[in-house]
Write a protein that binds this ligand. Structure first.
Ligand SMILES: [Fe+2]
Ligand SMILES: [Fe+2]
Length: 318
């Protein structure tokens, strides 16, 4: 793992990972044991813990995937310029957190869509200006921004057979110098947060909230923060294992437990034309983002979560 931020850090990555994993499980690090393991004094361990509580740390692993540690605000699916201004305001109002994760679809890149029908009020020129304004506002509040590219962020790159990359697009809006200093790009469709969550912008879609995230948790045996679905929710997933007792009776016990999120987004669904035009049974899109503070998490949304029961009283088939 190669340390990206901050450059002066002397704490071993293994301890950084151990500390943050323990925060999410409420297990307290045994300082004496840690001191022996890392061949240092208890006081050093206390100083490290103090430092980790208040700071963001970013590593890049051998595959180019980012590992972000510390308190963060997690956002996704802004789809600028088809976004909600209030969402950007709200993200900028979270205090005492210095690290932002953007889990894909910051751009909409309507002009480069493979679908023939384009939304003319979202041209790329305007989009570049809007994203520049949004990122500069975020940079006033957050020290670091870690970005996972979404399918919409990659539309121009795909059209140009990757001659134009996401880095080139950041250069177009004058932010090239901040790459690997304050803006970090992961090399895959995901990054790892506190070595506890996989933050992913998948290229698949499922129409039921959290169902894709649950499937990913089962597949990868990890906690999942899932962007791209535009839905909002949190679920606990339990994996059971079958056992047989001494009388030969079968029983199941919990082998593992995972937390999954559908991470909402900052889009304005009333501005996204295909959402308006297509009548589907897909679940409702929801705006929202997640704040991770000191090992705890909280979903922030300005909308009421509606719960409907649909009952068919009369069935007539023509
Ligand atoms: Fe999206
Ligand atoms: Fe997406």
């Amino acid at each position: 793992m190669k340390l990206l931020y901050p450059e002066h850090l002397v704490i071993p990555q293994e301890f950084v990972s151990m500390y943050w994993k323990s925060r999410h499980t409420d297990k307290i690090i045994n300082q004496q044991e840690a001191a022996e393991k890392f061949n240092c004094t208890d006081r050093t361990i206390r100083n490290w813990i103090q430092y980790l509580r208040d700071n963001t740390i970013i590593y890049r692993d051998g595959l180019g995937i980012l590992h972000v540690y510390g308190d963060v605000v997690h956002i996704c699916d802004v789809h600028a310029p088809l976004h909600k201004e209030k969402f950007i305001d709200d993200v900028c109002k979270v205090d005492r957190i210095k690290s932002l994760i953007i889990n894909g679809d910051l751009f909409n890149q309507e002009s480069f869509s493979f679908f023939l029908k384009k939304q003319k009020d979202a041209d790329f020129e305007e989009e570049l200006g809007t994203v520049e304004t949004i990122l500069k506002r975020f940079l006033e509040v957050y020290d670091t921004i870690s970005i996972v590219p979404g399918n919409h962020d990659e539309r121009l790159s795909k059209n140009t057979e990757w001659v134009i990359t996401f880095e080139h697009i950041l250069a177009m809006i004058g932010l090239k110098d901040l790459i690997n200093k304050r803006i970090f790009l992961t090399s895959a469709d995901h990054l790892f947060y506190n070595d506890t969550f996989r933050c992913v912008h998948p290229h698949k879609y499922r129409a039921k909230p959290c169902s894709l995230a649950v499937a990913l948790a089962k597949r990868f045996k990890e906690n999942i923060i899932c962007a791209h679905t535009h839905m909002l929710g949190k679920e606990k997933v339990f994996l059971y294992e079958k056992n047989t007792d001494f009388q030969g009776r079968e029983y199941e016990n919990v082998k593992a437990e995972y937390t999954v999120f559908d991470a909402g987004g900052g889009f304005d669904k009333d501005k996204i034309r295909y959402k308006i035009e297509n009548t589907t049974t897909h679940s409702e899109w929801r705006n929202g983002f997640i704040v991770f503070r000191d090992g705890k998490n909280e979903i922030i949304t300005d909308e009421k979560l509606l719960s409907y029961t649909v009952r068919v009283e009369e069935k007539i088939i023509w």
